[in-house]
Structures are given as structure tokens and as C-alpha cells.
Design a binder for this molecule. Structure first.
Ligand code: FAD
Ligand code: SIN
Length: 534
């Protein structure tokens, strides 16, 4: 059994910044399945939303977030996160993260802020169009250099261990976890009273997504199996502009491009967003993704187009160098041609229910970043608020856990966690069945549970997922665990949580749009969807 003061699962923006804060107080293990830089955070393009200019204010950022969230944001949480933002940005700069700057009228350097959908002001800090790479690159270097942090790559967290699972009912708290060492194939037992889930989202539940392979909903599934409350999983955000090209299926075209003047047009070059919303191409994402879905169905075409070619070529290349390069690789010159785009699953607004400190319903367990549901995003996340939430909530989570469970003070009895038992597990030689089930889940979620939903489609999805879940249980118990089996198990669990939440919400709101209940209920306040295991 390996013991740490803190175990942090995930090396995205949330996990890495939590590790740097936690290491000021104790020994930290930070785990990633795959390599440390394989995360949604590394793929982030647009930037981090944060009030930085005198033309902006905390109240305006709060208000834009509330408008996008369609009535379901928790205002106190929004205000706290937006208010903490500038301090977290200053810390990033101290850790070596570079944001683009420009010369102000009086000659001093200031952040070059860009704009995205739903923002009424320029407030997005960025590092060209590869903000995530800059951010995680610098944070990974800082974490690796820290003497009290151990980075354990290729370590797949399987399940959390709680006192309840060990049969102690007097207090419910987390005491450790089982982890698959992906290289040796062995399962190790990790012991800690302070576990921070920072496992990111679940885009891979859908056939078309902007997310990398790691986004399989592991954290939500693990927390759910451990008995934590899960909330608002019906609100899956579809990014309006994913490149439509067979060789680059998950490539995002940042919303910042619309912030800098790109227009959404049909195949004949006609703008269509004004028909759907007076804010046009810069309306919030739920509105734009639904409008594109509508246009694609209306015209029968496979995609719509994003056109920035009216801007000078040097401006385009300076602002979007990576997108320019990636599109050229598939023979699209964005300085001269419109870019074919489609919506794709992008972000999980719901997740493990937490407060603004990332505290879950299980003592000692925090959920930070995309895996958590603090109430910042409500029914639809405002662009670039996600990285902001990762940074703010991870710091608050470390502070809060330390208040409740200070390092070095024995606060409770210590628990022995039994070693993992392989039982009669055999080597997995039926990988092909895994891939088949993987495809089936992702396709059925795309067909039945995406931008436009109906009761009938949700019921169909639920019935198929029940079968897949049964089959998966068989795999899990009969075969030796591998990353593939574990991811598939989590994928089915997460897909089922999305469908369960979607079935419960009998109205259309934000990202959840159903033809059976097209109106938004005017209950004040509207309610969250809560799934409780016990
Ligand atoms: P991630 O960065 O996804 O990290 C998850 C980590 O958990 C990984 O290290 C992974 O290995 C690990 N992990 C997962 N499961 C396990 C397991 N079972 N065991 C061990 N480790 C595990 N948001 C913005 O605010 N601004 C943007 O500009 C922006 N652009 C985006 C562009 C793209 C293409 C995408 C996909 C998302 C974008 N987002 C953006 C959203 C934002 O990037 C994510 O919400 C955010 O990075 C999530 O960070 P995280 O730390 O919570 O999780
Ligand atoms: C983008 O750059 O369009 C993504 C921003 C986000 O998801 O917040």
C-alpha cells in the first residue's frame, strides 16, 4: 500500500494546479492515465476568461455567465469564481505561463484580450490559438520540478475506496483507491484521506467530439460508484465549430475566430445566424449549435462554413497560426477559403455535485475542473469559463480540505484497504467485442441523445444502455482489467447518467432541448437534476 497526504487524479489544468497548491502542505501523488500532457486542457485553444481591463467588470462577467447558463447557474458560485480569477491568472504568470500581450495607447504592455460567444466584453486571455499547450506545458514542468510531488503517468484510477465500501458505517469518507499500472498490468492500492478527482469530461461518449481519447467520464463514473451525488449530466455542450474533414475529425476551430470577425455561412456564402438570434455568430453556444443543426437538416448538406477570409492574411496567421497550419494540412487555406464545420460534443456542464470549494458529498473527496458540477455553468457554459473554474476551484479545494483534514494531525482511525483481487480473471482476447461495444455506445448517444432530443429517443438509448451495462459487468468480473475494459465500463456508466438526467428534465433549457417539451419551465428558481445513489 502506497500512502500520500494528497492523491490527485488527473494532470489537466485542474489537477496540476491542485498539485502545486497541495505540495505546499504535504506529499502529493498526481496520476494520469496515459502521458501527463494528454488532456483536454492541453487541447484548449481560445483561452481563459477573466476580468482584466478597465472596460470590463466582475459584475459584467457574472452577468454574461448567468445569461449563458439559462437560469441554472448558482449566482454566489459564479461571483466567487469570477472574483478569484485575477489572482489565479497572476499566479499562472508567476509559474511562467505566457499570455499574448499588446502595446496599449500609452505605450505600456497589456494582455491582448479576445472575445468569444456570449461575452459582452473582450476578456479572454490567450496564447495565440494554443493556450492549453502553453498552460499545461508550464504547469507540468513546475510539477515535475517540485520535490514533494510525484507524477505517476500511465496510472489508471479504477475505483475509489470509501469507509462505506470497507463496511464501516459510522463515518463516510474516502480512504484511497485502486490504480492499474498500465505498463506492468498490476493493480496497486493507494491510501490517502485527501483525494482530488480532476479527471476531466466525457466527450468520447459521443461519436463526434472535440475531446481527446482520455475523455471517457472516468471520474463521474468512479464517484457515482462510490456513492457521490451527481448532477445536471443532461447538459452536454456541443461546440458549434469542429472541422468537418475525414482526416481531422476532432479538430476544433476556436470560437475566438468568431470573436475576431469570422462569420457562419451556408454553402452559398449567406450568413444565417441573424435569423436565429440577434447576437448572430456570437450568440451563446447552445443557440449557435442548434442553429447549425437546423441549417444542416434544412439544406441536407453535411456541414456549414466558417469564413474569416475577408480579414487580412497576416492578421489571420498571427492570431490563428495552429489552425491555419492544421487546415493547410488538409488543403484548406483559411486566408482564402471558408472552413467546413459541424457541431461536436465538447464539454460536460454537469458532473459530481460540489460546492464552490469542490467538496463532494463524500468527506475528503473533492472534484475539480470539468468532472465537477459547482453551479458555475448552469445549463450552458460560457466560453473559456472552464479553465477559469479549473484554476479557481482547485485552489479552493486544497484550502478547504486542509481546513477539515489538516495534514499531520491524526483525525480518525486508520483503515487497511484489502489488496486488489484478480479472482479468476483471464487475459483479454476478445478486444474486438470491446471495440464493438465502444462504437455502439458512441453512435447511439450521437443518434439519440445529442443536440435535439425526444422522449422516444431517450427511452431507446436507455434500453440499449441497460443491455450494454449488463454485458460490461460480465467483462469486468470475468477478465483481467485493462484500460480498454475500464474505459468502456466508465463510458457505459457515464452515458447512462446522461440519459437518466435527460429523462428527468421535462422542459427545454440551455443545452437540453427536447421536441416533447420545447418550452422552458418558468419555475423560480429552476431545479438542478440530482442523482443520488443511496
Ligand atoms: P483534463 O484537462 O481533461 O484532464 C483530465 C486528466 O485526468 C488527464 O490527465 C487524464 O489522463 C486524467 N484521467 C482521466 N481519467 C483518469 C483515470 N481513470 N485515471 C487516471 N487519470 C485519469 N476551455 C476553456 O476555458 N478555454 C478554452 O479555450 C478551451 N478550449 C478547448 C478546446 C478543446 C479542443 C477542448 C476539448 C476543450 C476546450 N476547453 C476550453 C474546455 C477545457 O479545456 C476543459 O474543460 C478543461 O481543460 C478540463 O480540465 P480538467 O483539468 O478538468 O481535465
Ligand atoms: C474555443 O476556443 O472555442 C473553446 C473555448 C471553450 O471551450 O471554452
Amino acid at each position: 500500500m502506497i500512502e500520500y497526504d494528497f492523491i490527485i487524479i488527473g494532470t489537466g489544468a485542474a489537477g496540476l494546479s491542485a498539485a502545486l497548491h497541495a505540495a505546499e502542505h504535504g506529499r502529493v501523488a498526481v496520476l494520469s492515465k496515459g502521458a501527463a500532457d494528454d488532456s483536454n486542457s492541453s487541447w484548449a485553444q481560445g483561452g481563459i476568461a477573466c476580468v482584466q481591463s478597465e472596460e470590463d467588470s466582475i459584475e459584467q462577467h457574472v452577468n454574461d455567465t448567468l445569461v449563458a447558463g439559462a437560469g441554472l447557474c448558482k449566482e454566489g458560485v459564479v461571483r466567487a469564481i469570477v472574483t478569484d480569477g485575477p489572482a489565479r491568472i497572476a499566479e499562472l504568470v508567476k509559474w511562467g505561463v505566457h499570455f499574448d500581450q499588446r502595446e496599449a495607447t500609452d505605450g505600456h504592455l497589456e494582455f491582448d484580450l479576445t472575445r468569444e460567444g456570449g461575452h459582452t466584453r473582450r476578456r479572454v486571455l490567450h496564447s495565440a490559438d494554443a493556450t492549453g499547450r502553453e498552460l499545461t506545458g508550464k504547469l507540468i514542468a513546475a510539477v515535475r520540478a517540485h520535490p514533494r510531488i510525484e507524477v505517476l503517468e500511465h496510472h489508471f484510477a479504477i475505483d475509489l475506496v470509501t469507509t462505506a465500501k470497507l463496511g464501516f458505517v459510522s463515518e463516510e469518507r474516502v480512504v484511497g483507491l485502486y490504480v492499474l499500472d498500465e505498463k506492468s498490468g498490476e493493480v496497486e492500492t493507494f491510501r490517502s484521506d485527501r483525494v482530488i478527482l480532476a479527471t476531466g469530461g466525457c466527450g468520447r461518449v459521443y461519436l463526434y467530439t472535440t475531446n481527446p481519447q482520455i475523455a471517457t467520464g472516468d471520474g463521474v463514473a468512479m464517484a457515482w460508484r462510490a456513492g457521490a451525488t451527481v448532477s445536471n449530466m443532461e447538459f452536454i455542450q456541443f461546440h458549434p465549430t469542429c472541422l468537418y474533414h475525414p482526416q481531422k475529425r476532432s479538430f476544433l476551430i476556436t470560437e475566438a475566430m468568431r470573436g475576431e470577425g469570422a462569420r457562419l455561412v451556408d454553402k452559398d456564402g449567406n450568413e444565417f445566424m441573424q435569423k436565429h438570434d440577434p447576437r448572430g455568430s456570437l450568440a451563446p453556444r447552445d443557440v449557435v449549435a442548434r442553429a447549425i443543426d437546423h441549417e444542416i437538416k434544412r439544406t441536407g448538406g453535411p456541414c456549414v462554413y466558417l469564413d474569416i477570409s475577408h480579414k487580412p492574411a497576416d492578421f489571420i496567421i498571427a492570431h490563428f497560426p495552429n489552425i491555419h497550419r492544421a487546415c493547410l494540412e488538409v488543403d484548406i487555406d483559411i486566408t482564402r477559403q471558408p472552413i467546413p464545420v459541424v457541431p461536436a460534443a465538447h464539454y460536460q456542464c454537469g458532473g459530481v455535485l460540489t460546492d464552490v470549494n469542490g467538496a463532494t458529498s463524500i468527506r475528503g473527496l473533492a472534484a475539480v475542473g470539468e468532472v465537477g458540477c459547482t453551479g458555475l455553468h448552469g445549463a450552458n457554459r460560457l466560453a473559456s469559463n472552464s479553465l477559469l473554474e479549473c484554476l479557481v476551484v482547485s485552489k479552493r479545494a486544497v484550502d478547504f480540505i486542509l481546513q477539515k483534514l489538516p495534514v499531520g494531525k491524526p483525525h480518525t482511525q486508520s483503515y487497511d484497504i484489502p489488496a486488489w483481487k484478480h479472482g479468476d480473471a483471464q487475459d483479454l482476447d476478445e478486444l474486438v467485442v470491446i471495440y464493438h461495444n465502444w462504437d455502439e455506445i458512441r453512435r447511439l448517444m450521437w443518434d439519440y441523445v445529442s443536440i435535439v432530443r425526444t422522449n422516444k429517443r431517450l427511452q431507446r438509448a436507455a434500453a440499449r444502455l441497460r443491455n450494454l451495462k449488463r454485458e460490461m459487468q460480465e467483462f469486468y468480473w470475468n477478465f483481467r482489467v485493462t484500460s480498454e475494459v475500464l474505459e468502456l465500463r466508465n463510458l457505459v456508466e457515464t452515458a447512462s447518467l446522461i440519459v437518466d438526467c435527460a429523462v428527468r428534465r421535462q422542459e427545454s433549457r440551455g443545452l437540453h432541448y427536447t421536441l416533447d417539451y420545447p418550452a422552458t419551465e418558468n419555475a423560480k428558481p429552476p431545479s438542478d437534476t440530482l442523482l443520488r445513489r443511496y
